[in-house]
Write a protein that binds this ligand. Sequence first.
Ligand SMILES: CSCC[C@H](NC=O)C(=O)O
Ligand SMILES: [Zn+2]
Ligand SMILES: [Zn+2]
Length: 418
Amino acid sequence: REVETDAPIARFQQYLRINTAHPNPDYAGAVSFLKDQAQAISLQTCILEFVPKKPVLVLTWLGSDPSLPSVLFNSHMDSVPAEPSKWIHPPFSAFKDSNGKIFARGAQDDKCIAVQYIEAIRNLKEKNFVPLRTIHVSYVPDEEIGGFDGAAKFVGSEEFKELNVGFVLDEGQASVTDEFRVFYADRSPWGLMIKAKGAPGHGSRMYDNSAMENLMKSMEAISKFRESQFDKVKAGIAAISEVISINPVYMKAGIPSPTGFVMNVQPSDAEAGFDVRLPPTADPDLVKKRIAEEWAPAIRNMTYQITQTGPIRDYEGRPLMTRTDDSNLWWSAFNQAVAAAGGKLAKPEILSSTTDARFIRQLGIPALGFSPMINTPILLHDHNEFLEDKVFLRGIKVYESIISSLSSFVEESQRNMI
Ligand SMILES: CSCC[C@H](NC=O)C(=O)O
Ligand SMILES: [Zn+2]
Ligand SMILES: [Zn+2]
């Protein structure tokens, strides 16, 4: 193993050891580390605090023409929790095994890109590269819990407007093949709670409209719908991220039997909660209609509550999708930059889950999800999350190409002006 690759790996490990898992993410520790790294390579740094104790760190590498729209590289500082007892190496040790696998919560999601951005800029600076457009890097809190106090506040701020951002790269996901994955949209997450009421009674009685029966009818209808969506995936007609998913995540009804075996009280209240995900092409009104008429109809004594956790349309009412054809010059430049680094891109995808990119797309700013991890199992939010050192190092090279291309390309309309 080469010595010059040791330092970036060590810095990656250092960042992974800062415990930014919920519910008590060490944002101060993360910001302090990243700020030191940025200052060591003479980047401008700025800390914004829209919500107390939830800092946003912005790094800036000024372009030679700062009037051009800038490029922003975003990553979130927080992680989901880890259960140490389920891991083969402690989740905040960033232990590197003999195969070069670095184990840590956040290794894939998404602390790799956080450090790769800085390492790529470090290398470009060493080569005396000068960007034409300004490059910004942002580190935001709270993505894993919806981004409301993080990216949402950041992109809605005056400070963000002043960055004059033309294009954003945010996190993506690992690829099990040798093709890099890229995401042009997220599915929109909804929380759905349905509640049923009904007459209580002796467990031996059969009667209509008990709360449990009403809820079970909904569960059946929801199950059928879920199957209809999943069947499309199984038949190869659609990707998982292209259908509507609905998964039960919570149920509550009745009083636990005091003896553990006598179950003879039919409850008067029953409720269930679901994780619902809508692809950008789905019609949210049709889903709402289905919920009101089939899954929680008032005629079955049911009520419901939908929690929409983020935007589903941009400020002009368009679905939140970034174009991945040559009508989007940012896409072309990105695509070419990955190829120039010797990388192959897989067909652009919709992301199954959600990232902060949705808040950017809501402004009408093009954003792609991209984390340069190939030949890597998808381990985000999983036990034993790891990233191999050589995959991490290759990613730095890919970002060098991306940063230099995106910061230098000039749109036709601007070409004559320069
Ligand atoms: C409801 S917003 C939550 C955002 C979260 N993002 C990453 O996993 C997700 O569940 O997709
Ligand atoms: Zn993430
Ligand atoms: Zn995540």
